[in-house]
Write a protein that binds this ligand. Structure first.
Ligand SMILES: [Zn+2]
Length: 290
């Protein structure tokens, strides 16, 4: 039995994991505004409430961590810039801790138990507030020099003078369009007033179609250009709006083709994640096992 923790900006989920199966699990609020000490206490409390021990606890975080276990920053959780997260958690939990970016951890789960059993090279794309990613290339999970591999949200998809500003401060990033704020902005500009992306999907009809077309274009441009350099077997999508992949697909295919260097590159498989909402916690539990 392994223990995985999915440390999100809103909730912390801790779970017992056996293979790809999630057993007992608990979800507690992150209370991000209460500061690092309180957040770490919440993680320790969630793990403790599972009533089990493990040789290691794996933690997936919505940010990046270096090989020394120091996190650069967590954009949605204040106080974690240059924070020695691994040491702090090992002290609290009393056992070794492995930490990884959440999308990279989800890619590890997909590699071991999902589409990775079919494809050797794929990019797992997380669609949500931000756009994240995890790479498996030629059968190897890639975290890069400092854990940033797969940070695909900031590839350029619009270089025009009116390109939208991204949360990172750059203009024209994929995330500025395909992230939640970008999708809601597009809807507002077309006369909508949705508070959540799923409201637009649920509205159906032209309004949902407009969303699928807009998202398909942003993803097709960004991921098509990335794939020219990577030559992947598959793109795997996860996150709320990934459930609408069938509607997005024709637009995504068209723009992937337009931005592919060769027709062979455009012939890439597109799927939703085989593991769904538990991918992060499963990948966290299996960190270090690849
Ligand atoms: Zn950006």
């Amino acid at each position: 039995m392994r223990i995985g923790v999915d440390f999100g900006g809103t909730n912390i989920k801790a779970a017992l994991v056996n293979g790809a199966a999630v057993g007992a699990h608990v979800t507690v609020p992150t209370n991000a505004a209460s500061g690092p000490e309180s957040v770490l206490d919440a993680i320790a409390q969630a793990v403790g409430s599972l009533g089990a021990t493990a040789g290691q606890v794996g933690v997936a975080i919505p940010g990046e961590v270096n090989d020394a276990g120091v996190c650069y920053r967590l954009p949605n959780v204040p106080g974690f810039a240059a924070y020695p997260l691994r040491d702090a958690l090992q002290r609290r939990l009393g056992c070794p801790v492995a930490i990884e970016n959440d999308a990279t951890a989800a890619a590890l789960a997909e590699q071991k138990f999902g589409w990775g059993t079919k494809y050797r090279s794929f990019l797992l794309v997380t669609l949500g507030t931000g756009i994240g990613g995890g790479f498996v290339l030629d059968g190897i999970l890639r975290r890069g020099r400092g854990g940033f591999a797969g940070e695909i949200g900031h590839v350029l998809v619009d270089s025009g003078p009116g390109a939208w500003v991204c949360g990172c401060g750059l203009r024209g990033c994929l995330e500025a369009y395909a992230g939640t704020a970008g999708l809601l902005r597009m809807d507002r500009q077309a006369g909508g007033d949705a508070a959540e992306v799923r409201d637009i999907v649920n509205a159906g009809g032209q309004r949902a179609q407009r969303l699928f077309e807009f998202l398909g274009r942003a993803l097709g441009v960004g991921l098509g250009r990335l794939n020219n350099a990577l030559d992947l077997d598959a793109l795997i999508f996860t996150g709320g709006v990934a459930a609408s992949l069938d509607g997005i697909m024709p637009h995504l295919r068209r723009h992937l083709a337009e931005h592919s260097y060769s027709p062979a590159l455009a012939d890439i498989a597109l799927h939703t994640s085989a593991l769904g909402e538990h991918a992060g916690v499963i990948g966290a539990a299996w960190l270090g096992s690849a």
